[in-house]
Design a protein around this ligand. Structure first.
Ligand code: SF4
Length: 61
C-alpha cells in the first residue's frame, strides 16, 4: 500500500495526529504522506487517517 495526499487537503492536521508515522505537515501548511510502500505495521493507522480526513484528501492504494 502507498499513501498520497491530494490537493483537497485543508491542513487540519488530523491525519498527522492519527498516524504520525506516515503523515507530516509541510511548510505550506498541508499534509504530506511518506514516499514508497507503507510499512505493514502502520497500514491500519494510515487507513484510520484516511477515514478521518474531513475532505477525502488521502488516497491509499
Ligand atoms: S486529515 Fe485530510 S485535510 Fe486534514 S491535514 Fe490530513 S489530509 Fe489534510
Amino acid at each position: 500500500m502507498k499513501a498520497r495526499v491530494n490537493e483537497n487537503c485543508i491542513g487540519c492536521g488530523l491525519c498527522v495526529s492519527t498516524c504520525p508515522q506516515v503523515f507530516e505537515m509541510t511548510d505550506e501548511g498541508v499534509a504530506k504522506a511518506m514516499e514508497g510502500t507503507l510499512p505493514t505495521d502502520v497500514a491500519g493507522a494510515a487507513l484510520d487517517a484516511q477515514s478521518g480526513c474531513p475532505v477525502g484528501a488521502i488516497e491509499i492504494e
